[in-house]
Design a protein around this ligand. Structure first.
Ligand SMILES: [Zn+2]
Length: 113
């Protein structure tokens, strides 16, 4: 399960950060996830609860920021959010392979105490 492995990695970072700051509790974990990263937000939320259970992060809130996919058309330069898996430019119809964002998966914040 992809999401569980990701959350274990996230937990490892969160715990290391908490330890480095002498924190006793993890309250909120903020994560930015691109639509193209291939992870399911619901599965992530579930995996988060599983990995945080029984530790200093038990009951912590996972704040997910889902970043829409954005492409740039190689033909006309238009930036657009593709509506499906075929990244066709809405202006000229050219297919774009130039993905500007949407693949993110990053820890953007931690609330500790
Ligand atoms: Zn175009």
């Amino acid at each position: 399960m992809h999401e569980l492995a990701l959350m274990e990695e996230l937990q490892r970072i969160a715990l290391a950060t908490a330890a480095a700051q002498g924190a006793q509790r993890i309250h909120t974990v903020m994560l930015r996830v691109g639509r193209l990263s291939g992870v399911d937000p619901d599965a992530l939320a579930f995996a988060f609860e599983v990995v945080m259970a029984g530790g200093i992060g038990q009951g912590a809130t996972l704040e997910l920021e889902v970043v829409p996919t954005q492409c740039r058309c190689g033909g006309c330069g238009q930036r657009f959010e593709p509506v499906d898996v075929i990244f066709a430019c809405p202006i000229c119809g050219e297919l774009s392979a130039d993905v500007l964002r949407g693949r993110e998966l990053e820890l953007t914040g931690l609330e500790l105490s």
